[in-house]
Design a protein around this ligand. Structure first.
Ligand code: SAM
Length: 257
């Protein structure tokens, strides 16, 4: 009986947390707390839910990082740091790698991975918001953000910060989910994101977070709106790679001046 009550309470509180999380993020503290909760199972679920495609996507993202001897790269919303580690493996001519995130638990895992790989002296993981980057103007040759922009409260403020901390003509790379344009694919996506993903996410981790994920994709910019926001923030889109039938895109943009 006590067990039944506790399970019932857990389901109730997960449902409450899910309904507390607006599809369009409104409170950075709430977003950080959600990612703190999912951090321990984040990498495992990423691989499982993407059918192990996540590393392939990161490799594609990093393949668009420009060649820059002694270059500096900032990965915003770095999570457990895998974009940074991929960049370190493929862009060996860079000498400065930094990861920034608002979730202390995600960053703790990123730092632990750096120590395990003996890379702790070559990468700097720092807790800060995409909306308020604590770096001087023109500090980086490349800024990356992978599955992060959707979660930022004021997205244009973040894009303007990316422009500010980039050197003139520096490169911004954004990887993000979108709703596919083709109706049949949008339906398949909807089925997977709204009905399968939250169940698997709920089995291994925080169901509320994996219920928020598809809602946040729906509430995010469509590709045209993102291009507009980039332009208003001082970027010109150079190149786009589309996969998952339009469900995921990598956008490469260049800071205008
Ligand atoms: C879905 S995870 C992506 C992690 C990693 N980039 C990846 O591709 O696996 C989103 C990350 O964005 C971070 N995040 C959300 N809002 C942020 C903000 N305003 N500034 C910095 N990081 C943020 C979260 O803490 C979380 O670690």
């Amino acid at each position: 009986m006590a067990n039944e009550i506790s399970i019932h309470n857990r389901i109730n509180s997960a449902q409450k947390e899910a309904s507390d999380l607006p599809a369009r993020p409104a409170d950075e503290g709430q977003i950080a707390a959600m990612f703190d909760r999912v951090a321990p199972r984040y990498d495992f679920l990423n691989a499982l839910l993407s059918l192990k495609q996540d590393q392939r996507w990161r490799n594609q993202l990093v393949s668009l990082v420009p060649y820059k001897p002694s270059g500096a790269l900032l990965d915003v919303a770095t999570g457990t740091g895998d974009v940074v580690f991929t960049a370190m493996a493929h862009r060996k001519e860079y000498t400065n790698f930094t990861g920034a995130d608002i979730s202390g638990e995600m960053l703790a895992l990123a730092s632990a991975k750096a120590r395990e790989r003996n890379l702790e002296n070559m990468v700097d993981f720092r807790q800060m918001s995409a909306e308020k980057l604590e770096f001087a103007d023109g500090s980086f040759d490349c800024v990356t953000i992978s599955f992060g922009l959707r979660n930022v409260v004021d997205k244009e403020a973040a894009l303007k910060e990316f422009s500010r901390v980039l050197k003139p003509k520096g490169t911004l790379l954004i990887m993000e989910f979108f709703t596919p344009r083709l109706n049949i694919m949008a339906k398949a996506f909807d089925l997977y994101f709204h009905h399968i993903l939250p169940v698997i996410g709920g089995l291994f981790s925080d169901r509320a977070a994996y219920t928020y994920l598809p809602r946040s994709v729906q509430a995010f910019y469509n590709p045209n709106q993102l291009r507009g926001a980039l332009y208003r923030s001082g970027f010109l889109v150079n190149q786009e790679i589309t996969f998952l039938f339009g469900g995921c895109k990598i956008i490469q943009a260049r800071r205008l001046a």
